[in-house]
Write a protein that binds this ligand. Structure first.
Ligand code: CA
Length: 223
């Protein structure tokens, strides 16, 4: 899952980025409204954390213009105390939720997870397919009752597949949601990660049908 933070206070932006990266999210940061709007319209995100008061372009305008462009990425607004009217306006023009500063990271994380799992799997952070299950809250993965140990990036990759079950996912789309803007992605990076993931979720289960398949010329599919 890839998140964009639009926040002009560097310290806040960096601490949220660091916290979310520890939770295996790919994170980009924009420190002003214009950069934020540019990234939100040109890159694919699963969620946008949007501050209200921003240089260049304010949060409400960004939210409104994204919705006018039919960009429906979930938006979590970050507001300061006392901006009650702005919160209401924000929700009215298309924000999905808001959080009042100062907030604890745990509360932010809970809301981020709730927004990322919309609209599917709305009751649970446990994603399953054909005997494979992944718990996005406590970072465990099982296949047929056997625990599988994954690196952070492998976990993020598998989570992205599980959120798009039985769909063919192109390499570019996978990169766009699992790696952040600054990552140095080589053309075969995804292939290497897919190969490693197969070694963990398919190879140890020789009697079972492989879950992760390559659709030559198109991409990859789980399930
Ligand atoms: Ca601000």
């Amino acid at each position: 899952m890839r998140i964009l933070i639009v926040e002009d206070e560097h310290r806040i932006a960096q601490s949220i980025k660091k916290g979310l990266e520890q939770e295996h999210f790919a994170v980009d940061v924009a420190y002003d409204g214009l950069d934020g709007f540019d990234l939100a319209t040109t890159e694919e995100y699963d969620l946008i954390l949007l501050d209200l008061m921003l240089p260049g372009k304010d949060g409400l305008s960004i939210c409104q213009e994204l919705r006018q462009k039919s960009i429906n990425t979930p938006i979590l607004m970050l507001t300061a105390k006392g901006q009650i009217e702005d919160k209401v306006t924000g929700l009215n023009i298309g924000a999905d939720d808001y959080l009042t500063k100062p907030f604890s990271f745990d509360e932010l994380l809970a809301r981020v997870r709730a927004l990322c799992r919309r609209p599917k799997n709305s009751l649970s952070n446990v994603l399953t397919i054909d005997g494979l299950s992944l718990d996005a809250t406590n970072y465990t993965t099982f296949r047929d009752g056997k625990e599988i140990s994954l690196s952070g990036k492998e976990f993020a990759l598998l989570e992205f597949f599980l959120r798009h079950p039985r769909q063919i996912l192109r390499k570019e789309r996978i990169i766009g949601h699992v790696w952040d803007y600054d990552s140095d992605i080589l053309p075969n990076t995804v292939e290497v990660y897919i190969k490693n993931l197969r070694k963990k979720i398919d190879t140890p289960f020789p009697g079972k049908k492989p879950l992760l398949t390559t659709i030559r010329g198109f991409g990859y599919k789980l399930g």
